[in-house]
Ligand binder design. Structure first.
Ligand SMILES: NC(=O)c1ccc[n+]([C@@H]2O[C@H](COP(=O)([O-])OP(=O)(O)OC[C@H]3O[C@@H](n4cnc5c(N)ncnc54)[C@H](OP(=O)(O)O)[C@@H]3O)[C@@H](O)[C@H]2O)c1
Length: 367
């Protein structure tokens, strides 16, 4: 079998690549990686950095020649040209992990977010469909929008969805497109949806993650803040944020991609309580001057300080919809039958991931 993987320079895709190269090495003929050039760094050099990184498994680094032999980097010239490197007779699995994680609520960004997530996936699917054994799409557990209660794996029957941002809407729209297109073209599809990605819990170094997004951005904002102005943050004290370690998510993906499962949320069985989680983050980054607001804080009511204004004009506007969401939980029965979620204390994990990020000054890996 061959694997075609997008997003291998990303947080999740790099871990999925490591899993394939360690767990499925002998079963895979070739791994095709779609990689863009970055600045002056060629796609091939970027992948070399990923697989020789200090965070790559030793088995990969010790076996480098064979690993390089197994990988073929596809550059943007050939992204939509499968005939250049694939044969229709082979068993080709396409795992589409590339995505644009942008939680903006600014209407000016809607088109870009839709083009990157929906438009790009549509082009890829239509170009590759005749070459594929199966198409696996990495979506997000939040593509169902702000839905309270217990959430199951089937997002495709839900009509009334309140999206928190264009990212969620673009991912859900993509899911719906793929399901319809796969029926029409008679090709199996699988939709896998991680919740918020956090540092490793199984692999070493524990708590490592290659890119600091979502809750890490919140921590980074207050870690870096030169001001100790007071700030009010609206939080639903009943609700939690669902964080899933990236290594666990990658292991699940590599375990299920050949199965008949059509939709699976890769989420924790419990959320980290937002109020206590936020307090722990603030304590870990050394910021104390905050209070919890009952109502949304925005420009209409006026800001209480310059720091508050700066927060709500930058990351606060993206994070507020998540901090004030309805309480929810996911049904993880199917997920846990595939790979049990490791047991650990959620707040200790949160503190440890932020401490790890601090040792790296919240700097993303340069891949
Ligand atoms: N991060 C999260 O918390 C989270 C949570 C749930 C679901 N997800 C989903 O999981 C998937 C992976 O996310 P991630 O966290 O790994 O994201 P990431 O760290 O931001 O990486 C994104 C990856 O996609 C690639 N990519 C983006 N647009 C591309 C394009 N037009 N052409 C080629 N490559 C492109 C990037 O390449 P470059 O390196 O060249 O930019 C990078 O390899 C996404 O589909 C995302 O929606 C993420």
């Amino acid at each position: 079998m061959n694997i075609i993987l997008t997003g291998a320079t990303g947080t999740l895709g790099s871990k999925v690549l490591y899993e394939f190269l360690t767990d499925k090495f002998d079963e895979i003929e070739k791994i095709y990686l779609f990689v863009r050039k970055k600045g002056n760094t060629s796609p091939e050099s970027r992948i070399k950095k990923v697989i020789t990184s200090e965070y790559a498994p030793d088995t990969i680094k010790k076996n480098l020649d064979a690993v390089l032999e197994k990988i073929k980097v596809i550059t943007s010239d050939d992204f939509l040209n499968p005939a250049a490197f694939l044969s229709k007779e082979e068993t080709n699995y396409f795992i589409h992990s590339a995505g644009y994680v942008n939680l903006s609520v600014n209407p000016d960004q809607e088109d870009e977010i839709f083009n990157e997530n929906f438009g790009f996936t549509k082009k890829i699917f239509n170009s590759y469909v005749d070459y594929l054994h199966k198409f696996i799409y990495i979506s997000t557990a939040f593509s169902i929008g702000n839905m309270g209660g217990v959430i199951d794996n089937d997002y495709l029957k839900k009509e009334e969805v309140t999206y928190r941002n264009y990212y969620e809407k673009s991912k859900h729209t993509t899911e719906k497109f793929l399901v319809e297109a796969s029926k029409e073209k008679n090709i199996p599809i699988q939709i896998l949806r991680p919740s918020v990605l956090g540092g490793n819990i199984i692999d070493t170094p524990t708590y490592f993650i290659s890119k600091y997004m979502v809750f890490y951005l919140f921590a980074k904002f207050f870690y870096r803040s030169a001001s100790d102005d007071s700030i009010r943050i609206a939080v639903n004290a009943e609700a939690g944020l669902n964080i899933i370690p990236t290594d666990y998510a990658a292991k699940v993906i590599v375990k299920v991609f050949e199965s008949d499962i059509e939709q699976l949320n890769i989420v924790h069985s419990k959320g980290t309580n937002l109020l206590s989680g936020m307090s722990k983050i603030m304590e870990t980054v050394g910021f104390n001057n905050f209070s919890v607001a009952k109502e949304a804080v925005d420009s209409t009511a006026g800001y209480g300080s310059l720091l508050e204004k700066f927060y709500y004009e930058t990351i606060g506007v993206h994070l507020a919809p998540y901090l004030t969401s309805k309480p929810y939980e996911w049904d993880t029965t199917l997920l846990e039958s595939i790979l049990p979620i490791p047991e650990y204390d959620l707040e200790e994990y949160l503190v440890s991931t932020i401490k790890f990020a601090k040792t790296k000054e919240f700097r993303n890996e340069k891949w």
